[in-house]
Design a protein around this ligand. Structure first.
Ligand code: SF4
Ligand code: SF4
Length: 95
């Protein structure tokens, strides 16, 4: 289930989502099948298919599942520490 908030902060304010390096990506589509939250859609209108993060904020904060199963190391996520700091700051600002 997609969450609208994370620790009381609007999910859309938290910059945690996957980024695909298309130079490394081999277009296998594993990440698209693996993520059950509809973050990706496979763009097949190219010579080589490309996963596009069409719903980046559906990504579970701190999940790296697709990154771990990508056979070509094409997926990255932001720094966990920096994201924790952003969330802390946002929570503080809300008080
Ligand atoms: S799993 Fe990796 S190589 Fe396969 S489509 Fe996704 S990003 Fe590309
Ligand atoms: S990190 Fe997890 S939730 Fe986010 S896109 Fe990948 S598999 Fe889906």
């Amino acid at each position: 289930m997609v969450k609208e908030t994370y620790k009381g902060v609007s999910r859309k304010n938290i910059p945690w989502y996957p980024t695909v390096n298309y130079e490394r990506c081999i277009g296998c589509g594993k990440c698209v099948d693996y993520c059950k939250l509809g973050v990706y859609k496979l763009d097949e209108n190219r010579e080589k298919s490309r996963p596009i993060a069409v719903n980046p904020f559906n990504c579970v904060v701190f999940c790296k599942g697709c990154q771990d199963i990508c056979p070509s190391g094409a997926i990255s996520h932001p720094s966990r520490k920096e994201t924790v700091d952003v969330i802390r700051r946002l929570r503080k600002d809300q008080k």
